[in-house]
Design a protein around this ligand. Sequence first.
Ligand SMILES: [Zn+2]
Length: 451
Amino acid sequence: MKTLTLIWSILFSLPLSGQQPIDSRTREIVFRSVNIIPMDEDRIIENQTVIVKNGKITAIGTRLKHAADAEIIEAKGMYLMPGLAEMHAHVPPIDDIEPMKEVLILFAANGITTIRGMLGHPKHLELRTKIQSREILGPHFFTTGPSFNGMSITSPESGSEMVRKQKAMGYDYLKLHPGLSREKFDAIATTAKEVGIPFAGHVSFGVGVWRAIDAGYSSIDHLDGFVEGLVPGIEKMVEQQAGLFGMFVADRVDESTIPVLMKALAEKNIWVVPTQSLAERWFAPDFTPEKFMMDPHHVYMKPETVKQWSDSKKNLINNSQYDPEKIKSFISLRRKLVLECQRNGVGLLLGCDAPQVFNVPGFSTHHELEYLVQSGLTPFQALQTGTTNVARYLNQPNAGTIKPGNLADLILLNANPLLNISNTQKIDGVMVDGRWLSKSFIQGELKKLEK
Ligand SMILES: [Zn+2]
């Protein structure tokens, strides 16, 4: 009897087959009979074989030879698309790498193969190295440094000094938060240009979107400053009157100035990360805490986080300036601005700011795609924001599309997302930097993360 128990416990402690990533550096991986969504244009190439070796797509065709010991993925009727990027991600800014790994798994499990961390920490530089060396499994990782805001920056000089320091430390971007005066912002922007580090994020109320565009933000996130920039006489108001992202002044917008804003953004090549999902879930009156609890993904957040989110929503609704009808118009105005960006050639990047109110890392990136389509983008255009647009933004010609020679960052789907954007959530497997995460591996990892 004892022996039997021992055998059972040994059996169950071994990883079941398919429950470890398969690395294309040690073994060729072949997708058979798959429909490819190459993302070079709005099309599908049906019934193809795709071979991946050493982290790259090496061949695509119908009669290809592969290694005898190749890992074969039977994908008849399935769809293979490039991995998605989340350009406004958050990785815990703490000294401990362990909790960071959980977030990385949530992203990878959702087919997010590139992330840009938007609140940096020195430990993230180590994390970036460990992901690159494949010691830690996770999406390609870019990171800002710690926040520039009204509190962390005490003078224009301290702003310049922090820019130089973060550049020297090796951060990829600077993260700007609210509260910067015009003088502090100018010093930061000038020094950033001088030393060659891009800055991104919020637009401080005292800076305003027009100055932000002129200064050459790398990306403006949350559409921050857009609404305020369209309100005549905004300079006579105080920040609290406008509310976060201008939510309390949306009814005062002069819509005839929208084309001027779009032209300025396009001319200065300013990229935009709408994080519409944040606005729809945090601000909209009809997205209630109860609605969030019906979202099966809430299990990946700690109960205390969910409580904070609910409290934050309640606080907002209890604000004397909060008028549900006006907020609904504000959300519609934001959707309109997203569509105008698309129509006017302003580059949109996919991002949703999880884990912020009612947005679970990884899963919420797919909600953002749905909100982009609800804003008027076609499914193909929405997918571009997380694939080809990102490759252009990051200057990575070998990413964002499926073709021989490109990085093997892929999502295998059970249904066609060009027909229905929600189909990006029907994931059968993910390839991150040439490592294949099967459905059973993903399910096993997600199970471990339930709270
Ligand atoms: Zn953020």
